[in-house]
Design a protein. Structure first.
Length: 283
């Protein structure tokens, strides 16, 4: 049966469910919640295109969703429909913003660098099938109503995001010099952030001045290099504080390249509003 675009959008009819469950799979999605008007989601959304085509404006940049396309949209970005085919169909995985604080999902913050400025990636048939198989696993968890439902959904979401990041890394065909600088920075950051916190280190690897290097990164991603360095360090710190109870705060400070526990604590509190010990005690 053809669903009319005037019917209530799944994101709008499941607002309370999203808040209660944290991670929700929504099928039979045929457009954006506000029709032709701009929509700003308070939630984190993964959009998996199954058929048809929708042309969008993402903030002020053109984008699209179609068969085999996966888009990763962070909260508080504007999405507006430009045009859409009648047969467009997608599945959404909607993640309540509160879930983004789960230390086991710090991969989401680590993904900001690649996905926030450029949310969509086109997969091949095999990759699309792998992604949809993971989503089917999420549906099965909901159907079975298992005791560890939320934890299992979180783990599958983490796996899906890691799989998607692997596919995107292999597919990006960066042609412009600025994009090559930006993506090389991301690669260098993942490799070196535990020891090198200064923009100058990464700028030297790109053979650019720190000022110009940071300007290039901001042009490509919307944020300067220092922002991404901080994001990577804090995401790793949260994960270690949450799951490595065998490590003292001093040991974590050492692992992340801070000479003293006090300097790490000041840094962490400045970025999060909590000391490392206070963050650990929230569990």
């Amino acid at each position: 049966m053809k669903v009319r675009e005037t019917e209530t959008h799944p994101m709008l009819s499941n607002i309370q469910r999203i808040k209660e469950e944290g991670i929700v799979v929504l099928d039979d999605v045929r457009g954006i919640p506000t029709g032709d008007e701009p929509f700003v989601s308070p939630d984190y959304v993964i959009c998996i295109g199954h058929r048809g085509h929708i042309q969008l404006m993402y903030d002020d940049q053109p984008d699209y969703s179609e068969k085999y396309t996966v888009g990763v949209i962070f909260p508080n970005h504007s999405v507006c429909k430009v045009s859409k085919t009648d047969d467009y169909l997608a599945t959404l995985i909607v993640v309540d913003v509160s879930v983004l604080d789960d230390p086991m999902l710090q991969i989401i913050n680590q993904m900001r660098y690649r996905y926030e400025p450029h949310p969509c990636v086109k997969l091949d048939r095999h990759e699309y099938r792998m992604i949809t198989d993971v989503v089917e696993g999420m549906r099965e968890i909901k159907r079975l109503e298992l005791p560890d439902n939320r934890m299992l959904m979180t783990r599958l979401l983490e796996f899906l995001l890691r799989l998607l990041s692997h596919y995107r890394k292999n597919k990006l065909n960066e042609t412009s010099a600025n994009k090559r600088v930006s993506m090389q920075f991301h690669s260098d950051l993942v490799q070196h952030f535990r020891k090198h916190h200064d923009v100058g280190f990464y700028a030297d690897k790109a053979c650019l001045t720190p000022k110009y290097f940071s300007a290039v990164v901001k042009q490509e991603t919307g944020q300067n290099a220092a922002y991404w360095i901080r994001t990577q360090i804090v995401a790793e710190a949260k994960m270690l504080l949450h799951i490595r109870h065998d490590l003292s705060v001093q040991a974590i400070a050492d692992m992340l390249g801070f000479g003293e526990q006090a300097s790490f604590s000041r840094y962490f509190k400045h970025e999060t509003g909590l000391s490392p010990t206070e963050f650990r005690e929230l569990e």
